[in-house]
Design a binder for this molecule. Structure first.
Ligand code: ARG
Length: 461
């Protein structure tokens, strides 16, 4: 049998393999709620403009509400021979209300319909992501506030560089996530134009009111070019780009949690709730949640790359290739929602070992810059010379297997005679962090102030 929706010019139905490669209902049934929302707005506009009768529109609304209920209750039967969510809903509508169902598709094509549904789904998910990211930021800021004074090593090249505070380190991620939210918000603003009315590609001859539909569906207005509307998926690419950057941030943090949780670092313990054991090695506590956050980042970047490759060779306007836009996007954004929630859980439960962090902060001559700065400030040496002198002092301490604080004054004076006992004041890690008061620096006072500013912002948002 030929297809009930488009089979007029066909004598035969599709090959079984054709049906299999063509059907998208297996995954686009996720768009059911958006599809029904869009159809209701479209039907209301068709009645308001006199394109269909109010009776038909009322029957359509009633039927669509019933279908939404069936889908929610799990009693709706999705049929593969009906290809996609759009035709599944419409065919069921015909079963429920009869002939009037056939009027719903007036002045519409599946091309603008799918552009709408997918856009609505992405927009809904962006809103959901914003809520999750805000919660994660809140978890990080609260942790940062309570550890504003906790000293830990700051690294460059993963080598001890200068002491920082744990609060400062956590707030670095709050900043990154703030920009991630900004990117999502920007994408949302740009995508917030309504595709309905573009029809197949050229617009429609019916006197539709595209502005009304746009407003009904929460858009700022209708899109301006029908070809662009059905042919483009840059809204999804933009959100996947923002999602990839966000996932990359989460992945870096996850990597740090993995490192911190090793016995070798021992900076922090993950709670039982976010760790797993080994089936053979009884001593193990594995940071699986962090590893999965790091790992899932791969599929998000993969989805972005995949969609770029689908789109890059398509002539205008719609091609069926574009049906491949959905699975990767669903998977990527689902993954990101989960990663954000898992990261927030890990942050809330994370138990830093403050003693170990502070001890590590003092190792590796991390206050050498403080010594060089002291030589500049107190003895008036040019920084380059102070750097050289400090390097020799570090070498002397290293030869004796001592920290800078342990090195006797005579050993320092043998290198720079002007050095006095006052130098020891700057060699401790706490003093080091307390002195970094420049705006954006790691001093506990700064961290507390920044955390407070963020908390206020997050509550207000
Ligand atoms: N399932 C299709 C998709 O996801 C809907 C649009 C089909 N349009 C068409 N002209 N065949 O892209």
């Amino acid at each position: 049998m030929s297809n009930a929706m488009w089979g007029g010019r066909f004598a035969n139905g599709p090959d079984a393999i054709m049906e299999e490669i063509n059907a998208s209902i297996g995954f686009d049934q996720r768009l059911a709620a958006q599809d029904i929302r869009g159809s209701k707005a479209h039907a209301a506009m068709l009645a308001a403009t006199g394109i269909i009768s109010h009776e038909d529109a009322a029957a359509i609304q009633h039927g669509l509400t019933r279908i939404a209920g069936e889908i929610e209750a799990g009693t709706f039967t999705f049929k593969r021979e009906l290809e996609d969510i759009h035709m599944n809903v419409e065919a069921r509508l015909a079963e429920i209300i009869g002939e009037a169902a056939g009027r719903l598709h007036t002045a519409r094509s599946r091309n603008d319909q799918v552009a709408l549904d997918f856009r609505l789904w992405v927009r809904d998910t962006v809103d959901q992501l914003d809520v999750g990211l805000r919660d994660l930021q809140t978890a990080l800021v609260e942790k940062a506030f309570s550890h504003a004074e906790a000293v830990m090593p700051g690294f460059t090249h993963l080598q001890s560089a200068q002491p920082v505070t744990l609060g400062h380190h956590l707030l670095a991620y709050v900043e990154m996530l703030g920009r991630d939210r900004g990117r999502m918000r920007d994408a949302r603003t740009r995508m917030n134009e309504c595709p309905l009315g573009a029809a197949a590609l050229a617009g429609t001859s019916f006197p539709v009111d595209r502005h009304k539909v746009a407003v009904d569906l929460g858009f700022d207005g209708p899109t301006r070019n029908s070809l662009d509307t059905v042919a483009d998926r840059d809204f999804a690419l933009e959100v996947l780009s923002a999602a990839s950057i966000c996932a990359m941030h989460l992945s870096r943090f996850a990597e740090e949690i993995v490192l911190w949780a090793t016995p070798q670092f021992g900076f922090a313990a993950l709670s039982d709730k976010f760790s797993t054991g080994s089936s053979i090695m009884p001593q193990k506590r594995n940071p699986d949640a962090a590893e999965l956050v790091r790992g899932k980042t791969g599929r998000i970047i993969g989805a972005l790359t995949g969609l770029f490759i689908v789109m890059k060779g398509l002539p205008l306007a719609y091609s069926k290739d574009m049906q491949e836009d959905k699975e990767g996007t669903f998977d990527a954004l689902d993954s990101l929602v989960l990663m954000i929630a898992a990261t927030a859980g890990m942050v809330r439960d994370l138990k830093p070992d403050l003693k170990r962090m502070e001890a590590a902060a003092g190792s590796g001559y991390a206050t050498a810059t403080d010594l060089a700065d002291w030589l500049v400030r107190v003895l008036g040496l040019p920084f380059r010379q102070a750097h050289h002198v400090t390097g020799r002092i570090v070498a002397a301490a290293s030869e004796r297997d001592m920290t800078l604080e342990e090195l006797p004054i005579e050993a320092m004076q043998a290198i720079e005679p002007g050095i006095t006992n006052a130098v020891y004041d700057v060699l401790g890690v706490r003093r080091s962090v307390a002195s970094r008061t420049s705006f954006g620096g790691t001093a506990p006072a700064n961290v507390r102030a920044q955390a407070e500013t963020w908390l206020k912002r997050l509550v207000a948002e």
